[in-house]
Design a binder for this molecule. Structure first.
Ligand code: CUA
Length: 326
């Protein structure tokens, strides 16, 4: 029924609600469609009666109108009927609101933090008595057909977490937790919007919910937990190298665009200006942060400064990795 009405509304008025992708989404749609139908009936009825009266009581038919101070029956009817309709809508809405806020006992919990301007999603679990967790920005993975509860807060101002396809929306408030629960039923990507004006980049405060199969979610989560808990500096350095450096610096001795990293650590570097220096921690750090200051002989000044993009910890990890390239 709800889908049929939705189809009609779409056909006649171009009103089309986003895909329904959560278990209770139809509750919101039912209410929306009920209000829509009542409004259409009310509008047509009102306009019909008005047109009828315009014709029937036009000045040409009745030169002088009768004097009627009030009519208790008519006034009672037009007060009581709308009142019943409006109260019914709010009671209907209230029950649905309660239903949509029941958190299932085994709901999978994710922490959501709104900030100017973005979302952080924190996944955590208990392992050997301690909590391990990882953060994701802007992209929230969810397992399909699994009840989810979001524990939400904000670091700065009010934001509001809104997923139209799930028909859920709630404010995130600094200093307190708010909760949102739903069960995604469809695979795919769905938009997250911030729907509380929160500053100049409010409109860019978006995200994606990616609903995947339970198996795929489990694999993804396992990998992320593993990734987040790597502490080996060489491994971390290797990852940073692959992500940031590998397109210009080979891990061998050959030249791609910049100097290769093999055997670099501890070697004396000759610069274009005729000076030289031993490649120690300090030298590597400066070469990453301010590459234009010392140009290795035979190379061009092509690298942008990385100060602010990598921090001292990152550089330590990179150095640990470079040291292994003997
Ligand atoms: Cu955050 Cu608008």
């Amino acid at each position: 029924m709800s889908d049929f009405l939705q189809g009609l509304a779409d056909l006649f008025f171009g009103i089309s609600l986003p895909t329904k992708a959560a278990e209770n989404a139809h509750l919101v749609d039912n209410l929306f469609n009920a209000v829509l139908v009542i409004s259409i009936i009310g509008f047509i009825g009102l306009m019909g009666v008005m047109t009828f009266f315009i014709v029937k009581y036009h000045r040409t038919q009745n030169e002088k109108s009768e004097y009627i101070p009030h009519n208790a029956t008519a006034e009672t009817i037009w007060t009581v009927i709308p009142m019943i309709i409006f109260v019914a809508i709010s009671v209907f809405g209230l029950f649905e609101y309660f239903k949509m806020n029941e958190v299932p006992k085994n709901a999978y919990k994710i922490n959501v933090t709104g900030f100017q301007w973005g979302w952080t999603f924190t996944y955590s679990k208990k392992e050997d008595g301690k909590i391990v967790s990882f953060d994701k920005n802007e992209l929230m993975y969810l397992p399909v057909d699994t009840p989810i509860v979001l524990e939400m807060t904000s670091t700065d101002v009010l934001h509001s977490f809104y997923v139209p396809s799930f028909r859920v929306k709630r404010d995130t408030v600094p200093g307190m937790n708010s909760y949102l629960t739903f069960t995604p039923t469809k695979l795919g990507d769905f938009n997250i919007f911030c729907t509380e004006f929160c500053g100049t980049s409010h409109s860019r405060m978006r995200g994606i919910v990616r609903v995947v199969s339970k198996e795929r979610f489990q694999k993804w989560a396992d990998r992320e937990y593993k990734e987040a808990n790597i502490t080996d500096p060489v491994e971390l350095g290797y990852r940073l190298y692959n992500k940031n450096c590998a397109s210009c610096h080979s891990a061998g001795a050959n030249k791609i665009i910049g100097p290769g990293f093999q055997g670099l650590y501890g070697k004396t570097r000759e610069f274009a200006d005729g000076q030289s220096e031993v490649a120690n921690d300090e030298y590597i750090k400066n070469s990453i942060y301010y590459p234009g200051r010392q140009i290795v002989k035979g190379y061009e000044n092509k690298m942008n400064p990385w100060v602010g993009q990598l921090n001292d910890k990152d550089v330590e990890h990179l150095i640990a990795f470079i040291k292994t390239l003997k």
